[in-house]
Design a protein around this ligand. Structure first.
Ligand code: SF4
Length: 541
């Protein structure tokens, strides 16, 4: 599945992938690196790159310090799986010094419903994999140029309004791609989203493939397909390619798109080889034609779209369609102690059915009968991870940042927590809406999805009289759903220390000028950027 474009020269990563299949690295970890030590990895060109195919990333500390990402398809965890992952974090994710805010032995829930943990040593990986595999989990293709975790509405199968439960489809797509050597070497990462909910919980617009619920005239339910969405540098909303897919055909369409991407995608420039650039180049109509020539059936035109709104989070207590309840807990910036995830697993077992991870980095306990709700809500864990948090704490999302990430320009998680707490302190009950989404990415790669936040931050360096300091670009006015749009980056390279004051000025102005039920992103969109910039800088009247 490789057709080089005219005059195309493969980049280094592509050459390494051709020299040895990246999935072969699993065997090498088990048989060589975990026994001989981390030095053996350096002896093989491109091997650190291949490690991504088994979910292993080097940390910015270098040496024998790795991050491991665990795939959680659709964000669903059994109580047992949650307990095992929590235990792994306690046994292995031990840093040399505790983080001043989060302590030690923590794990991170990501914006793609994965779980990451840090400070792992290569010798520990076989035991970690053994424990994960015992409960049916994998790290294969959690990273690397292949099909990443398939995201789905976290309350699929439970939501009272959903068109249908799409989790089995997300699971089937996952099962097709995981370990599938033919589709494990794509030009770049490949992100899929599948949902049957009407609230855009799986963020279709910012995925390479977004399958959203739709209905044909005869009442048949399935998906409309969007392609080529993504964030990072050159963010793009996915394009509608006028295709309806029946649930039983979804794997074949995902396979066909992966084939198309593998054959026609750019393998020369790693900055422009994401699928969104291919969609941009071909246009939706030609993309559809190319897809049709690669799938086993004729494509049907799109059906009636059923998405109604963008919900954003699932915190609090909500009735399920079966009469039980789910309880969404706020995991601020997605970071929790291993022992706390283990405890959440115990609570799910004791009171409910399973655990769901949401792509706003929060956690949900499902299947709680009404008569047990009060007891669950009195559990100590819910004091730390509240179902009813304050508005800024509720909406804050942050990527890994410079604590571990080699690409980061600034520290993110502690700052994001502190800024959210500070805004909650200054604004008491908020600014008139239940949540203001602040997303903080440590660099332009957008792992925290700043482009879809009310207020987005992107790590930068900033000049001050005292020299170069950590700073942020500030963007305003992002959202998904019916009024989906990315933020405008309104201000650049603002010193991080001055951000709380800038935020307060912005939010007070929003409070003064808000019309009716207007939300922050709507207010920001109707204000000229120059005026917003002046407010941030403290230059506005
Ligand atoms: Fe690292 Fe940048 Fe992603 Fe943050 S956004 S985790 S800094 S690559």
């Amino acid at each position: 599945m490789r057709i080089l474009r005219e005059n195309e020269r493969l980049n280094d990563v592509e050459r390494w992938k051709l020299e040895r299949h990246p999935l072969d690295v699993r065997e090498a970890v088990l048989e060589v690196y975990s026994k001989k030590g981390v030095g053996a990895i350096d002896e093989i060109p491109g091997e650190h790159e291949r490690l991504k195919w088994v979910g292993i990333y080097p940390q910015n500390q270098g040496g024998n310090n790795f991050m491991q990402r665990i795939k959680v398809p659709g964000g669903r965890l059994t109580p047992e799986q949650a307990k095992v992952i929590g235990r792994i974090a306690q046994d292995f994710a031990t840093g040399p010094e505790p983080n001043p805010h989060f302590g030690n032995n923590f794990l991170d829930i990501t914006t793609r419903q994965d779980i990451q943990m840090h400070w792992l040593q290569i010798e520990e990986i076989p035991e970690i994999w053994r424990r994960l595999e015992e409960v049916g989990m994998t790290t294969v293709q959690a990273c690397g140029d292949s099909a990443r975790n398939v995201v789905c509405c976290p309350v699929s199968g439970l939501d009272r309004e959903e068109a249908f439960d799409a989790y089995p489809v997300a699971r089937a797509i996952t099962d097709f791609f995981v370990g599938n050597r033919e589709y494990a070497n794509l030009p770049r990462k490949f992100k899929m989203s599948v949902t049957g909910c009407v609230e855009d919980c799986a963020q279709a617009e910012i995925n390479d493939i977004g399958m959203v619920p739709a209905r044909l005239e005869d009442g048949t339910l399935g998906f409309n397909v969007r392609v080529g969405g993504g964030l990072g540098d050159g963010p793009r909303m996915a394009s509608d390619i006028d295709v309806f897919v029946r649930p039983e055909d979804a794997v074949e369409v995902a396979r066909g798109i992966a084939q198309l991407f593998g054959e026609l995608g750019n393998r020369e420039n790693r900055w422009t080889c994401r699928m969104r650039y291919l969609v941009q180049e071909l246009g939706p109509e030609r993309f559809r034609e190319e897809l049709e020539s690669r799938v086993a059936f004729e494509l049907e035109p799109a059906g009636e779209e059923l998405t109604k709104r963008y919900r954003g989070d699932h915190l609090g207590v909500h009735e399920q369609k079966d009469g039980c309840y789910y309880v969404g807990l706020n995991v601020v910036v997605g970071r929790m102690r291993g022992e706390d995830l283990e405890e959440a697993g115990r609570l799910a077992e004791e009171y409910g059915r399973d655990i769901r991870l949401a792509n706003d980095q929060n956690l949900i306990i499902t299947g709680v009968p009404e008569e047990r709700l009060d007891e669950l809500l009195r559990e100590k864990l819910l004091e730390r991870y509240s179902p009813n948090p304050k508005p800024f704490e509720r909406g804050v999302v942050a990527c890994t940042g410079s604590e571990f990430c080699r690409f980061a320009i600034v520290e993110t998680k502690i700052r994001a927590v502190e800024w959210a707490h500070e805004m909650d302190r200054r604004f008491g009950d908020g600014v008139g809406q239940d949540v203001v989404r602040m997303h903080f990415s440590g660099c332009a790669a957008s792992c925290a999805q700043p482009q879809i936040a009310d207020i987005g931050f992107r790590g930068e360096t900033a000049k001050t009289e005292d020299g170069i300091v950590e700073g942020v670009d500030i963007g305003l006015g992002g959202s998904l759903g019916v009024d989906a749009a990315f933020i405008d980056w309104v201000e650049g390279a603002r010193p991080a220390d001055g951000v709380p004051e800038a935020l307060e000025r912005l939010l007070r102005r929003f409070q003064q000028e808000r019309r009716g039920g207007e939300r922050f992103h709507q207010w920001a969109r109707r204000k000229p950027n120059a005026e917003l910039r002046a407010i941030i800088r403290g230059e506005a009247g």
